[in-house]
Design a protein around this ligand. Sequence first.
Ligand code: PLP
Length: 457
Amino acid sequence: MYRDLQHELDTFERRTPKSEEAHKKNLKRIPLGVASNYRAYDPYPIFVKDGQGSHFRDLDGNDYLDHNLCFGALMAGHCHPAVMKAVSGRLSTGTMFGMPHDMEWQLAEEICQRFPVEMVRFGNSGTEATMHACRLARAATGRDKILKFEGAYHGLHDTALVSVKPHAPDFGDVNNPVSVSGGLGVPRASLANVPVATFNDLLTVERRFEENPGQIAAIILEPILMNVGMCMPQPGFLQGLRDIATRNGALLIYDEVKTGAKLGWAGASEYFGVAPDMVCLAKSIGGGLPLAAFGTHRSVMDLISQHKVFHGGTYNTNPVSMAAGLATFREVLTRENYAHVDKLSKKLVAGYRKTVAKTGLQAYVAEAGANGVLMLYPKEIRNYRDWTTIDVDLWRHYWFGMVNRGVMAQPYWWDEQWTISVQHTEADIDRHLAAFDDLAPALAKAQQQRTAAVAVH
Ligand SMILES: Cc1ncc(COP(=O)(O)O)c(C=O)c1O
């Protein structure tokens, strides 16, 4: 480990002793000491105490500007007043009944007005939304296979846990990527049922359809690959997928768990001008409460109405989450708030780009809607494999360096990105940029030294 990174890690450990202690306790009873593998990192994760608006505090009382925002699930920011009002009103009138109520059609209406879907069903997590969408697509086409992209994350069900972060010895040729298990316990049948293609490469998609004639029910994708920082769809890619799906009688599923609320008022269909057949939503539509939805054409949803496809869930449409969702759609995800976030995003991106240029750091900034990310690559990445070439220590230097300066610039892991909430302010962005400006010269220097060292060897 190089000296400047070690220095940031030492500082981190000095600032966060209570997190270290809490993590040790958790480790006794909870694998990795965390409730989701994504929350585990070395030397130990920051343990949170509380949050408000665009900030949170850790157990040691350190204050952070929060661009992690629960892995991008909080475009509302913490404790958004409208969401809190709606939620607290529901806390004393019954939190779950397992019975229908009149907020359901209201939220369904909100979703159908924004997204190209005619009917929706609700759930509690992104995993549920993509799982039910895949099953519905299988039912609608009478086919078993779902095509996904290498490196894409769609949650934790068996269909999704294929080629999420495959390693080089396993993933084969980029023109013919192998379906690799996302961990033990994923049945071999899942691998056989999930052919994998390369993002931004329509030929690999065509190839999969040729190899599996009449067998692929759907293509599922994030319109922007957000499990690799941010990998933008190249011009024509989404339209190409639309055409291939239609030509082959397969459905096109947009996993908009991240992009749905954060790209803009109507998600990726509006942003890119290419409409899918199905949309999966979660994260930021709940304003801080667990809420998910999937929707599609009436003709496909009728399979549920006809009792041919089963969908259910004890916690579905619990009044607390639904009240939060309604407040989020009506008072958080408004055109005015998108304009506000867009303004802040432009400022943050411009500031980063200026600092990158000034310091000579080999990096670029990717951005769309409320999201952005410092990509530590010499040129724009096109797919998952490009992403794997990152210098992880340099990225850790960036992340811990920012954290030590009071800015959680994004979730831990170099496959994530920052989110700007509707509660962030110009002053927050100034603070974020000041921290990056302070850190960037050391990053650039470290990068140059590491590049020179590699050249010598
Ligand atoms: C694109 C995408 N799909 C699905 C999921 C799964 O959502 P959840 O964690 O709510 O199950 C995630 C979560 O990060 C995601 O980013």
